[in-house]
Ligand binder design. Structure first.
Ligand SMILES: NC(=O)c1ccc[n+]([C@@H]2O[C@H](COP(=O)([O-])OP(=O)(O)OC[C@H]3O[C@@H](n4cnc5c(N)ncnc54)[C@H](O)[C@@H]3O)[C@@H](O)[C@H]2O)c1
Length: 264
């Protein structure tokens, strides 16, 4: 009989979470720490980090914070090298960041070329560059690491605009292109680094409840087979699974955490 004990534990693993203070990233950071990982939260929100470090201290979790601007592509490689030197080999990189322009979520008619370029550069290019740099570091250290990128249902299907009816909300064109790119660049990393035992997978969440317009929430829930929006923990548990040994034969996969949204 094989021993299955501890297969879902992250004990002994160093998990780096980019955007680890956000709605989803924070849940991932907390879930990874609670499952035994040493967690290095990489984010640009120094203020928010204080409360999170306090929470970790209270629970005696090994969770650390470092300022890290994922959109600063020129600094990325060196910064990651320094972080690995300080915290140890990278067993998992979770990218749950959401870099965007100040005027993010412009309607299609109000978009400009500058807006398009800024958001593709900050979001898609940073996911690609970070994934590349992290995988090369894992390869160099001979670590069979796991890269987990955050896509979206909108990297796989286009927005069903009917859920925004009767609300001031709307979908965003650039987001679909960016997330479609994130899904497929992750597959490339899986293909390229598979020979090194490095895995790359994408988590594609559906809409996560965040006190959105009640009409939107109602419309969204009606369309979703599980009849509710997601919560951050739904996504965090999927990330813990993909970071650990229980998923060791899973790579290049797109894990939909969407209550069935893309199944119908
Ligand atoms: N929330 C949802 O409903 C939802 C649904 C599908 C997919 N997603 C995806 O999940 C990921 C996380 O989304 P979220 O809702 O948690 O977003 P969020 O805005 O709550 O959090 C994003 C985090 O990224 C950090 N960040 C922003 N720019 C950064 C940079 N340049 N470098 C490092 N960190 C940076 C922010 O400080 C923040 O902590 C995103 O990729 C998003 O597209 C979210």
């Amino acid at each position: 009989m094989k021993n299955h004990d501890g297969m879902f534990s992250l004990k002994g693993k160093n998990v780096f979470v980019v955007g680890g203070l956000g709605l989803l990233g924070l849940a991932v950071s907390q879930a990874a720490a609670a499952n035994g990982a040493k967690v290095v939260v990489l984010d640009v929100d120094n203020d928010k980090s204080k409360a999170v470090l306090k929470w970790a201290g209270k629970h005696k979790y090994r969770l650390y914070y470092e300022y890290f601007d994922a959109a600063d592509l020129d600094a990325c490689e060196l910064s990651l090298k320094r972080l690995v030197k300080e915290y140890g080999p990278m067993h998992a990189l979770v990218n749950a960041s959401y870099p965007r322009s100040r005027d993010w979520a412009r309607p299609l008619e109000k978009m400009t070329v500058a807006y398009l370029r800024e958001n593709v550069d900050k979001h898609l290019n940073s996911y690609l560059w970070l994934g590349r740099c992290a995988a090369l570091l894992m390869q160099k250290a001979r670590v069979k690491g796991s890269i987990i990128n955050f896509g979206s249902i909108y990297g796989v299907v286009a927005n069903d605009l009917s859920v925004y009816e009767g609300t001031p909300m709307s979908g965003e064109l650039t987001y679909c292109a960016i997330k479609g790119g994130v899904v497929n660049l992750t597959r490339y990393l899986a293909s390229y680094f598979g020979k090194d035992g490095i895995r790359a997978n994408c988590i594609c969440p559906g809409g996560i409840f965040d006190r959105q317009n009640p009409r939107f929430v109602k419309n969204y829930e009606r369309k979703t087979p599980l009849k509710r929006m997601g919560i951050p923990q739904d996504v965090a548990h999927a990330a813990v699974f993909l970071a650990g040994d229980a998923s060791s034969y899973i790579t290049g996969e797109v894990l939909m955490v969407d209550g069935g949204w893309t199944a119908v």
